[in-house]
Design a protein around this ligand. Structure first.
Ligand code: AMP
Length: 213
C-alpha cells in the first residue's frame, strides 16, 4: 500500500505505520527518523536540520524534498510505503504530487489521524524513544522493562530533544498553521480518509476497510 499518514505530533502516526508494515511489507518512511539519524551521525544534513528540529520548527521544504526525492526511488519502496511525517506543508504536498506523477505512481489514500489535544499533550510529554531503533515507549502506558533500555534492541531510551514543554507547544502551533491545511488539500484530491483515533487498532481497521472498498 502507498499511504500518507497525517495527524498532529503524538497522534500515533509512527505506531500505526509500524503496524501497517507487518501487513504487506510496505516500508515506513519517517522524515523525522531520517533527520534524527542525520543529527546523531553529525552529517551535513544533520547540521542543517538540527537547530530547527530542536526548536520544534520545520526544516526547509528544499531539504526535505531532496531527501524524499532520493528515498522514494530506493528498491524497498517497490512493495509500498507509509509516509510518516511527510508531507508537512502545502509546497511539500505539491512537490510530492509532481514527483509521484513523474515516477508514474499513485497513492492509495491520505489518512488523517485525529486525536484530542489533551490526549496529544499527555502522550508527547510521557513518550520515550529508542535512539538506536526508533521504538516508541510511554512512561505511563508502555514503559520499558528495564528503565532507559530498549526491550527490542537494548539501545538507550530517552525523551526526545524536541519533547520539552516549550518545543511541544511550538510543534503543535506549527502543525496547526502549516500541516493541518493538508487535510483540505487531500480532500480536494479525493484521497482523504479521516479517522477518529480511539486506538491504533481502530485506525488500522479503518485503513483496511478503505483499501478493501
Ligand atoms: P517528527 O518525528 O515527524 O515529529 O519530526 C521531528 C522534527 O523533524 C520536526 O519537528 C521537524 O523539525 C523535522 N521534520 C520532520 N519531517 C519534516 C517535514 N516533512 N518537513 C519539515 N520538517 C520536518
Amino acid at each position: 500500500m502507498k499511504l500518507i499518514l497525517l495527524g498532529a505530533p503524538g497522534a500515533g502516526k509512527g505506531t500505526v505505520a509500524k503496524l501497517l508494515t507487518k501487513l504487506d511489507g510496505s516500508v515506513q518512511i519517517s522524515t523525522g527518523d531520517i533527520l534524527r539519524a542525520a543529527v546523531a551521525a553529525g552529517s551535513e544534513l544533520g547540521k542543517q536540520a538540527e537547530a530547527a528540529m530542536k526548536a520544534g520548527d520545520l526544516v526547509s521544504d528544499e531539504l526535505i524534498m531532496g531527501i524524499m526525492g532520493e528515498r522514494l526511488k530506493e528498491d524497498d519502496c517497490k512493495k509500498g510505503y507509509l509516509l510518516d511525517g511527510f508531507p508537512r506543508t502545502i509546497p511539500q504536498a505539491e512537490a510530492l504530487k509532481k514527483l509521484l506523477a513523474d515516477m508514474g505512481e499513485k497513492l492509495d489514500m491520505a489518512v488523517d489521524i485525529q486525536v484530542a489535544k489533551d490526549v496529544i499533550l499527555d502522550r508527547l510529554t510521557t513518550r520515550r524513544t529508542c535512539t538506536d531503533c526508533g521504538a516508541i515507549y510511554n512512561v505511563k502506558s508502555n514503559p520499558t522493562k528495564e528503565e532507559g533500555k530498549c526491550d527490542k534492541c537494548g539501545g538507550p531510551v530517552v525523551q526526545r530533544d524536541d519533547e520539552t514543554e516549550e518545543a511541544i507547544s511550538n510543534r503543535l502551533d506549527v502543525y496547526n498553521k502549516q500541516t493541518a491545511p493538508l487535510a483540505d488539500f487531500y480532500k480536494k484530491e479525493g484521497m482523504l480518509v479521516a479517522v477518529n483515533a480511539t486506538s491504533s487498532d481502530a485506525v488500522i481497521d479503518a485503513i483496511k476497510a478503505k483499501l478493501a472498498s
